[in-house]
Design a protein around this ligand. Structure first.
Ligand code: C2E
Ligand code: MG
Ligand code: MG
Length: 350
């Protein structure tokens, strides 16, 4: 939102409040009220920057602070505060990368037709010296603001591919390994070439690797072009958290997406809420009609699993089936898959 002729910051702040208040009003979808909030970062020209890039970056930083302060509010850019916050977290993240405090957990995905393990998703974890293990939701936003996500994400791809190569050598590799990639990484010029280099380094057939992106990439032309190059390389592309972003069906048609991952918010209240059930069912039907595979995430109950199976969803992932696990445990699971009685083998593996 651009306000012209702002004479004092107070008037910008009032507009911010009016926007957050009106966004807070419930939205009725298929008979059920839904609530959303807006977090707003405000910058003033020319005090906070002279170029649009600088202003946008600082507005973005202020928005993250609005989220930190509890969301649903408008916050002014504050140079001293923001520099401090991002510099400390950036240097901590940078140190974490140098000291090898990151690791990958793996969460299995199972075929709904026959229960076979069809893939693993690599999920980043940060083993901090002081605060224990931290989940990516905690630190990836800061890494995105500082740009460090490019380095951290580079480490993730390298580590995941190295692990896949080890499993291949042991003859236990899953049919695919999914890796999450941030839109910032895709925007970085060399991303597709970097992926190709890593695949070659570890001798991996590209179709074993699935790159998970979110709908936000479609808002960026450079990232969109990178998607096409990745698809040309032969890696699979999965659209993560489907249904939470733009969810434009047109994008599904325009881009070479192989897999649609239904966001877990649609499963949360299945089978209690008919609207969510209808939406999940529609996403499955639509994705199939477009020739895409469908993975459901966040399966927490037997009912949800049955629901998905009946609707011919292809595969599922969630706490009900298996938690994200450290590499050794994932290796045991893959090993057990090869033996005649997996349950017995798992028991023996402890
Ligand atoms: P995501 O890719 O949608 O990953 C699924 C998240 O849901 C994971 O959280 C997983 O632990 C969690 N989850 C799995 N099953 C269930 C379930 O049954 N119930 C519930 N409530 N949650 C479940 P995690 O590992 O904390 O990751 C959060 C997000 O962080 C990921 O969402 C992904 O967007 C991002 N992320 C994770 N690893 C990376 C990475 O290496 N690079 C980038 N750029 N982002 C990553
Ligand atoms: Mg994911
Ligand atoms: Mg997801």
């Amino acid at each position: 939102v651009i306000l012209r002729n702002v004479t004092d910051p107070e008037s910008a702040s009032l507009v911010g409040e009016r926007i957050t208040e009106s966004v807070k009003l419930p939205v009725n979808l298929a008979g059920r009220d839904h609530y959303v909030q807006a977090s707003i970062g405000i910058v003033l020209f020319p005090d906070d920057g002279s170029s649009i890039e600088e202003l946008m970056r600082r507005a973005d930083g202020a928005m993250y602070r609005a989220k930190d302060l509890g969301r649903g509010r408008a916050v002014f850019y504050d140079r001293a505060l923001l520099l401090n916050r991002f510099e400390t977290s950036q240097s901590r993240l940078y140190r974490a990368l140098r000291r090898r405090e990151f690791s990958l957990f793996y969460q299995p995905q199972f075929s709904l037709a026959d229960g076979r393990l069809v893939g693993l998703e690599a999920l980043l974890r940060w083993q901090t010296p002081r605060d224990g293990t931290r989940s990516p939701g905690d630190f990836i936003p800061a890494a995105e603001v500082s740009g460090l996500i490019v380095d951290i994400g580079g480490w993730v791809i390298e580590a995941a591919c190295a692990q896949l190569a080890v499993w291949r050598e042991q003859g236990i590799a899953p049919a695919r390994l999914a890796i999450n990639v941030s839109v910032q990484q895709l925007k970085y010029a060399d991303f597709p070439r970097n992926v190709r280099r890593i695949l070659e380094k570890y001798g991996l057939p590209p179709e074993l690797v699935e790159i998970e992106i979110t709908e936000s990439v479609f808002a960026d032309e450079v990232a969109g072009a990178a998607l096409r190059q990745l698809a040309e390389l032969g890696v699979r592309l999965a659209l993560d958290d489907f249904g939470t972003g733009y969810s434009s069906l047109n994008y599904l048609r325009q881009y070479p997406i192989h897999v649609v991952k239904i966001d877990r918010s649609f499963l949360e209240d299945i089978p209690m809420n008919p609207a969510s059930a209808t939406l999940a069912e529609t996403i499955i039907t639509m994705a199939h009609a477009l020739g895409k595979e469908v993975v459901a995430e966040g399966v927490e109950t037997a009912e949800q699993l049955e629901f998905l199976r009946e609707r011919r969803c292809d595969s599922a992932q969630g706490f009900f089936l298996a938690q994200p696990m450290p590499v050794a445990q994932a290796g045991e699971l893959l090993q057990a898959r090869r033996t005649p009685d997996p349950v017995e083998a798992l028991r023996q593996a402890g």
